[in-house]
Design a protein around this ligand. Structure first.
Ligand code: HEC
Length: 177
């Protein structure tokens, strides 16, 4: 009788086991298996994860300015930044109109004279009330957005002399009286 009970107990517990509670070490549990007594093993000194090298390169190497890069920056800016910063960079985007603290305009002197790296770092790490975008915007796209912000800044602070001569007449014709 005792034996039958034991067997049925074993059978019952055996059937109830699933992958989530199978015998295994949790990350921070001690383990007798390894010399340092830990379950979670530290990577060997100098280990480089496969994606790290490419990621670091994209982070530190500003891509060459091309029309394609600007177009990509325009598209990514409109997706990720314009909800708060507005499509013009003035800082009165739709989310701000609904209660988000207002970011500074990109057209103030301080941000006009800030270097590209500052914009890249703000996207990567966030800034004050603005949260980081590193998880959503890849390093190359961050540089593309920075290039587009430079174009936006120029668009709001250019002189007629900055426009190639053949384009000036067109601009003047389109300008409101
Ligand atoms: C959800 C709203 C929101 C979005 C989306 C957003 N920002 Fe911001 N951003 C802010 C706010 C708010 C501030 C001001 C933060 C503060 O000073 O506390 C700010 C500040 C900034 C600044 C100014 C930093 C300084 O030196 O004063 C830059 C540059 C900037 N954001 C760039 C970006 C870029 C580029 C994107 C898109 C990748 C972006 N932001 C997306 C809300 C946003």
């Amino acid at each position: 009788m005792k034996r039958a009970l034991l067997i049925s107990c074993l059978l019952l517990t055996g059937c109830g086991q699933n992958m989530t509670d199978q015998p295994k070490n949790q990350q921070y549990e001690p383990s007798a298996l390894f010399r340092d007594g830990k379950s979670l093993l530290a990577p060997v000194a100098g280990t480089v994860a496969r994606e790290d090298v490419a990621h670091d390169q994209a982070t530190t190497h500003k891509p060459r300015l091309t029309a394609a890069l600007l177009a990509r920056g325009h598209q990514q800016f409109d997706v990720f930044c314009s909800p708060c910063h507005a499509r013009t960079g003035e800082g009165n985007g739709m989310v701000v109109q609904r209660g988000m603290p207002s970011p500074p305009s990109y057209h103030i002197d301080r941000l006009r004279s800030a270097d590209d790296q500052h914009f890249f770092d703000v996207i990567t790490n966030g800034y004050g009330a603005m949260y980081p975008y590193a998880a959503r915007v890849a390093p190359r796209d961050r540089w593309a957005i920075v290039a587009y912000i430079r174009a936006l800044q120029l668009s709001q602070n250019a002189k007629l002399d900055d426009v190639p001569e053949q384009e000036r007449a067109k601009l003047l014709a389109e300008a409101p009286p």
